[in-house]
Design a protein around this ligand. Structure first.
Ligand code: NDP
Length: 400
């Protein structure tokens, strides 16, 4: 029976744990290990008796390779699902290398003090993972994650070349708070307050934060304003999908969110530069995180749907092809099923599926890979089966 170590016990981890427990055939034995063990124990307690998956828990500081290695040596996992924070990616990869454990994450490494995420840090592990004969699957959430699988699926079945990709991430949900973030506030605010960028003709084009705005009419959600952001999957998709001329990423934001964010930025609350307060060093953004609602608490309050997908334009047999593939997910349905809102759900389900692809041997190959480098078909089937069905549109409205 396979053994799975899940690191982190926040919003996304909660969904991963529920989904592994629904899928006991593959995930017969899991260990939940995080910084705050009481959270791991609480979810284990909630699930015990509802699943045939064996659940154990542990405390670990995932910033410390030696703690991770000790835990892995004791538990002997086959695979480790990293749903802690992007800052821990490299320490967890180091421990996996030392213990010969396969690795899955949902967000690429970002140094805590620079707010710049890129794949170079993790791609540098390729040779070592190859030599150790273990697999690292990077970015197995929704975006990155399912968006990459959507592109690989389109490339395999509908295109000879894909020239333009627009990834559209719409959250039509309302939690009723004037300002809150749907996942870890620190990571979320770092992402949206950074400069925007996209890739055109092989080069990054940089924009001011939120400079490029479009309106789009999303199926089952309606019209929303969306803004061009830098996003990590642009970097790998531009390399792995054939014929790309331009690839962009848009995310929807409501006016209340943007007004609050601007104000917080203007007063310095989103800064990651430490300041001295009453003789103590604090990072304003980390302090802000402490006063904002915990994303895990948004579940019961959030109503509405998400719609996330990719619009692609390219050619097949010399003829132009337009293709849009997306998933619609209902916040309240997710809450009923696993006790989380749709942002955690759409990230946690693909993380479980990615681990299942490796454990069942479908995606088992030595090295470090982005998700679009694997055969998309079994993953696409699993999305339908495990709660994230997708919809295709061969005549989509394009984004100008
Ligand atoms: P949360 O903040 O809710 O959870 C993070 C968890 O990691 C917490 O349980 C936290 O512990 C734990 N943790 C943090 N630091 C350490 C450490 N040093 N050692 C051990 N555990 C630690 O975040 P989310 O669940 O919202 O996000 C999880 C990941 O998912 C993030 O990397 C995020 O970027 C990614 N994500 C990816 C998406 C995608 O589509 N690809 C979308 C959304 C999120 P504690 O409980 O003590 O705070």
């Amino acid at each position: 029976m396979s053994k799975t170590l899940i690191i982190g016990c926040g919003g996304v981890a909660g969904v991963v744990i529920h989904k592994c427990c629904q899928n006991s055939e593959v995930f017969g034995d899991i260990m939940i290990a995080s910084r705050t063990k009481s959270k791991c124990d609480a979810i284990a307690e909630k699930l015990r008796g509802t699943t045939s998956t064996k659940i154990s828990t542990a405390k670990v500081d995932a910033d410390k390779v030696e703690e991770l290695v000790a835990l892995m040596k004791e538990y002997q996992p086959d695979i480790c699902i990293n749903v802690a924070l992007p800052y821990q990616d490299l320490t967890i990869m180091d421990a996996c290398l030392e213990c010969g454990v396969d690795y899955v994450d949902t967000a690429n490494y970002e140094p805590e003090d620079t707010a710049k995420f890129e794949y170079s840090h993790q791609w540098a592990y390729r040779e070592r993972f190859e030599k150790a004969g273990i697999t690292a699957l990077l970015g197995s959430g929704f975006d990155p994650g399912v968006t990459g699988v959507f592109c690989a699926y389109a490339q395999k079945h509908y295109f000879d070349e894909i020239h333009y990709i627009d990834i559209l991430d719409c959250n039509g949900g309302d939690h009723g708070y004037p300002f809150a973030t749907n996942f870890n506030p620190e990571i979320n605010i770092r992402e949206v307050s950074a400069k925007g960028s996209y890739i055109e003709n092989g080069k990054w084009v940089e924009t001011e934060p939120m400079e490029i705005k479009r309106e789009y009419d999303f199926a089952q959600v309606g019209k929303k304003d969306m803004y061009l952001l830098h996003h990590e999957e642009l970097e790998s998709l531009a390399l792995n999908i054939k014929g790309i001329k331009r690839i962009r990423f848009f995310m929807t934001f409501g006016q209340s969110y943007l007004t609050h964010l601007k104000c917080l930025e203007n007063v310095g609350m989103t800064s990651i530069e430490p300041i001295n307060y009453n003789g103590m060093e604090i990072v304003p953004l980390q302090f802000l995180k402490a006063v904002l609602p915990d994303p895990a608490s948004l579940g019961p309050r959030t109503k509405g749907k998400t719609n996330i997908g990719c619009i692609m334009q390219g050619v097949k047999d010399g003829k132009p092809v337009n293709y849009y593939v997306y998933n619609v997910c209902d916040h309240q349905e997710c809450y009923k099923e696993v006790g989380s809102q749709a942002i955690s759900y759409t990230t946690g389900v693909p993380a479980m599926i990615g681990a299942m692809m490796i454990l069942t041997g479908k995606w088992k190959k030595a090295g470090v890979y982005n998700i679009e480098e694997f055969d998309p078909d079994p993953f696409m089937d699993a999305l339908n089966k495990w709660g994230l069905p997708w919809i295709e549109d061969f005549d989509p409205k394009l984004v100008d």
